[in-house]
Design a protein around this ligand. Structure first.
Ligand SMILES: *Cc1c(COP(=O)(O)O)cnc(C)c1O
Length: 398
């Protein structure tokens, strides 16, 4: 017996276990651009309500044109990390645009926000310091914290009493960093940044917020939670992605205090040892922030769409988690019901995903609907009608 044949049996067993627990992830194949309306490999057309395409920019013509032009003027790939020969004028321009958008001092690009979060803690903090992290923070924050030797404290999701308790426990450490997602992706709730800021003042701590689901969405002009809570320039570290609202391609960033960004350029491993993002993506990113500066139309439409959807769904009798983002959790509680309902909705041309344990707590299964500025009123109405019909058939609403 060679090692792989034993290992193969082990993997086959584990995979069968995932299958029989009903947790195996199958991927649906899309054969059109990402957008409000998509075509699947089965030939079915569906309205997409489960993309992170909040501003509807995934198939935006201006971004595509900017990407094409950059391929002509700056080539296809960089074949280098930034500090050797992977920095173009475009990368510096995009970093400046990100800082301008968030009202911060400087920014640093990564291949993804997963890398930004993976590379932010270890270079800045050590075993004399404390990281105080929300229990529902994104996997990439959890992994990044694991790579750092700082003492870890965890507080219950958005629970400010618990945060205060943890801050008290962390008083003997040298530096304290509170870490939170801006919007929590399963409920759509916004981190209470005003309270977090007060506690950070009171107990002498710094703040890092991951704006992946909030940038472009939250706040009147989509500048994220620091806009919503009037804290622009007051948070030390913001991380985010170019893979959601901001065109949805790929790329991540950390933005904030100048010296922090400077240190990350010197010591952050996913930055130092991973390739530069390509010119096309970088140029489209610059164009994207130009659009953000030029107009607030997309944010206005997104907010109006979200309000409309939530109001109509509540009126239809659905149990919707309070949301301050464009994530709308339709609570069903029962795991099987969430899967049956999502399947029936797809038959009706509405693409949504049902989430259940262990992705969300036991008995809190739900369908997560994500609203986009790319949706027209007729799309929203179709979705609401399909939900209402299906909800009645399955006894979710009367
Ligand atoms: C999506 C997401 C990420 C990962 O972003 P990528 O750029 O896709 O790696 C990180 N943090 C949060 C909170 C996210 O929602």
């Amino acid at each position: 017996m060679n090692m792989y044949s034993t290992f193969q049996k082990y993997l086959q067993n584990e995979l069968a276990g995932i299958q029989s627990a009903g947790l195996y992830k199958n991927e649906r194949i899309i054969v059109s651009p990402q957008g409000a309306s998509i075509r699947l490999s089965t030939g079915q057309e569906a309205l997409n309500f489960c993309a992170n395409n909040y501003l509807g920019l995934s198939d935006n013509k201006e971004l595509i044109e900017a990407a094409k032009q950059a391929m002509d003027s700056r080539g296809f790939g960089m074949s280098s990390v930034r500090f050797i020969c992977g920095t173009q004028d475009l990368h510096k321009q995009l970093e400046a645009a990100i800082a301008g958008f968030f009202g911060t001092e400087d920014s640093i690009l990564y291949a993804a926000c997963f890398d930004a979060n993976g590379g932010v803690f270890e270079p800045l903090l050590n075993d004399r310091d404390a990281i105080i992290s929300d229990s529902l923070n994104h996997a990439s924050i959890i992994d990044g914290v694991r790579l750092c030797k700082a003492v870890r404290y965890r507080y219950a999701n958005a629970d400010m009493e618990d945060l205060e308790k943890q801050l008290k426990l962390a008083q003997s450490q040298r530096f304290r960093l509170i870490v939170t997602d801006g919007v929590f992706s399963m409920d759509g709730n916004v981190a209470p940044m005003d309270k977090i800021y007060e506690l950070a003042q009171k107990y002498d701590a710094m703040i890092m917020v991951d704006e992946s689901h909030s940038a472009g969405v939250v706040g009147k002009t989509g500048r994220g939670t620091t806009e919503l809570f009037d804290l622009r320039g007051k948070v030390e570290i913001i991380t985010g992605t170019l893979g959601k609202s901001f065109g949805g391609a790929i790329g991540g960033f950390t933005t904030g205090k100048k010296e922090i960004i400077d240190m990350l350029r010197q010591r952050s491993r996913p930055y130092l040892f991973s390739n530069s993002i390509p010119p096309a993506i970088t140029a489209a990113g610059i164009k994207m922030f130009e659009i953000m500066d030029r107009t607030n139309e997309l944010q206005d439409k997104l907010h109006a769409n979200t309000d409309y959807f939530v109001e109509k769904m509540k009126a239809a009798g659905f149990d919707i988690k309070p949301t301050q983002s464009s994530i709308c959790a339709v609570m069903l509680y029962d795991a099987k019901l969430s899967q049956d309902m999502a399947a029936k909705l797809l038959d009706r041309g509405i693409y949504v995903t049902g989430f259940y344990y262990p992705v969300v707590p036991k008995d809190l299964a739900r369908i997560r609907v994500q609203i986009s500025a790319g949706h027209e009123k007729e799309h929203l109405d179709k979705c609401i009608t399909a939900f209402t019909k299906t909800g009645k058939e399955l006894g979710v609403i009367k």
